[in-house]
Design a protein around this ligand. Structure first.
Ligand code: SPV
Ligand code: MG
Length: 553
């Protein structure tokens, strides 16, 4: 590879075992010239890394500007540390922080170094000015320099405070900025080198590189020299290479380009009061999600979040009119009858959402145009007049693409019942009310069940299974009432689909089938249907009186 050509470290191959401090130390000390690109927060740090840079310059100017402050130590050093931590966390490449003057004396410097090490920062550069400092490009010659001995002591203290041998401390010489000339610059650089600095940053505010080039010529290779060509930017980079500089810092150009873009966008939107001229000139929100690493989180959720809820769907059978409600269902199906300000279906969907089921498919039929709640998926059973529930479910077969709770558009239930259904591992589970003797449905057409054992303290924890559905609640062996909903697992959904498909071969029979008939076929296909006992907390809305009761449900 040619000297100085960028050597991008793809994120995936950046070695986990190489410390950031070691990476930075290598950049500064290797023969090939290196580049550090400015960043000022986690996002810009990622941009630097993705562009292929090997290291970051944590610019004091840019960090303060991004915080809305001046580059005069207005942001406290612990506030800077917070930013540094976000930046270090965001990337794998190392960062050299612009630590201004070290935020105080030698003791402040010792504490700074330890804190930077703790926060994953690979090195710090301090300049020989007086706290609080001013940016070198503002009244540079008016800025007092630190005493050489005092600053050398600060470097020494910093080096002795670091617990990681590779942590980098760069000493920045401001002699040219303050107008003191080459001799002073060399004297200072030598004192700082002797004090233990890993590199010298020689700064200049001239438009020509003359100061830094003459310095380098005199300095030779006593230790690595870092430069910041913000003002002498027209100098070809190869000149720096020829002179043997160690590292070039592009010091503030992401902050400045962001500022250009933000000013332009804000002006445009202010003038237009719409986004038409802007949308195509800014990255998509998808790009924002990408750089934030959303994809990784999605994968992690699959690994670490419990499966139920996230993937369970629901199908609500709501095709029938519900003529028993009389005028209430003249222009809408029962599922859309208002109960205390909200249609039944809305309440059902809310219950599903509250347990994490967001994918809800509703089978409409009677007055389907009145079934228009948002955020639900609709399929239609236009033959609702001449068919029964199973035909409706058949219309929603494509929604049986995983664990699914199936319920009716006229049955309200408390969320814990669905939660318990979702927590079962079985392929087919029906919710059964063990308190059927007090059911509002006694004397109505209802679905009672005969099970493998009744609900009791003794049966708690046992897997109780369905024997058969019966209509007569007083029949011997009845142990509960089916609440009108059931759950199928991933595998159960596939079985149910195939049972539906087979049954549909005989349309006359299929169209007359109710859910209990379907579950009988499921049993006949060799599947066990598990019974989940609970008591109460559901309501089958079958009369005007039920509507009134539902209001307080
Ligand atoms: C910074 O980026 O904050 C620097 C470099 O200190 S300069 O602004 O050129 O002084
Ligand atoms: Mg600075």
């Amino acid at each position: 590879m040619a000297r100085g050509v960028l050597n991008p470290v793809p994120m995936s191959t950046a070695s986990k075992s190489t410390k950031k401090s070691t990476l930075l130390k290598n950049l500064i000390t290797r023969p090939e010239m290196s580049f550090l690109m400015e960043a000022h927060n986690g996002l810009s740090a990622k941009v630097v890394e993705e562009a292929g840079f090997e290291g970051i310059w944590g610019s004091g100017l840019s960090i303060s500007a991004a915080l809305g402050c001046r580059d005069n130590n207005e942001a406290s050093w612990t506030q800077v540390l917070e930013v540094v931590e976000f930046m270090a966390d965001a990337v794998k490449i190392p960062m050299l922080l612009d630590g201004d003057t070290g935020y105080g004396n030698f003791n402040s410097m010792r504490r700074l170094v330890r804190k930077l090490e703790q926060r994953g920062c690979a090195g710090v550069c301090i300049e020989d000015k007086i706290f609080p400092k001013t940016n070198s490009f503002i009244r540079g010659s008016a800025q007092p320099l630190a005493e050489i001995d005092e600053f050398a002591g600060k470097i020494k203290a910093g080096k002795e405070a670091q617990s990681d041998d590779d942590f980098v401390i760069v000493a920045r010489v401001e002699a040219f900025i303050a107008g003191w000339g080459l001799e002073e610059a060399l004297k200072r650089a030598e004192a700082y080198r002797k004090a233990g600095a890993d590199a010298i940053l020689i700064h200049s505010a001239l438009k020509s590189p003359s100061e830094i080039l003459t310095f380098k010529k005199e300095w030779g290779n006593r230790c690595p020299v870092v430069i910041v060509p913000t003002k002498y930017y027209t100098t070809p980079t190869d000149v720096f290479r020829e002179y043997g500089f160690s590292t070039v810092i592009w010091a503030n150009h992401l902050m400045r380009s962001a500022l250009t873009a933000m000013q332009k966008t804000a002006k445009q939107i202010m003038a237009d009061q719409n986004l038409l001229n802007v949308e195509d000139n800014v990255v998509s929100v998808a790009e924002v999600f990408r750089i934030q690493g959303e994809a990784e989180l999605e994968q992690a959720e699959k690994l670490y979040l419990p499966k139920h809820g996230q993937t369970t769907r629901a199908i609500v059978l709501a095709a029938s009119r519900g003529a028993e409600l009389g005028d209430l269902t003249k222009d809408r199906p029962k599922a859309m009858v208002d109960i205390n300000g909200q249609p039944l279906l809305g309440r059902i969907a809310d219950t599903y959402r509250s347990v994490g089921i967001k994918d809800v498919t509703v089978v409409r039929g009677y007055k389907k145009e009145a079934v228009n709640l948002t955020s639900l998926t609709y399929v239609d059973n236009d033959a609702f007049d001449t068919t029964q529930e199973v035909a409706s479910l058949g219309k929603a077969a494509s929604a049986l693409a995983g664990a699914t709770v199936i319920s009716y558009g006229d049955v309200l239930f408390k969320k814990y019942i669905v939660q318990e259904l979702m927590e079962t591992a079985d392929d087919f589970v029906i919710a059964v009310d063990a308190n059927w003797k007090e059911s509002r449905n006694r004397g109505r057409v209802a679905d009672f069940v005969v099970c493998s054992e009744p609900n009791s303290k003794r049966s708690f924890g046992n897997v109780v299974t369905l024997k058969e559905f019966v209509h007569d609640g007083d029949r011997e062996g009845v142990m509960g009432e089916w609440m009108g909903f059931f759950k199928v697992s991933d595998k159960g959904a596939a079985v149910l689909k195939s049972v539906l498909e087979k049954a549909s071969v005989d349309p006359a029979k299929f169209n007359a089938m109710k859910i209990p008939d379907l579950l009988k076929l499921v049993q006949q296909a060799g599947q066990q249907v598990r019974v989940l006992y609970t008591t109460g907390h559901w309501l089958d809305v079958d009369s005007v009186e039920d509507v009134v009761v539902g209001a307080s449900f």
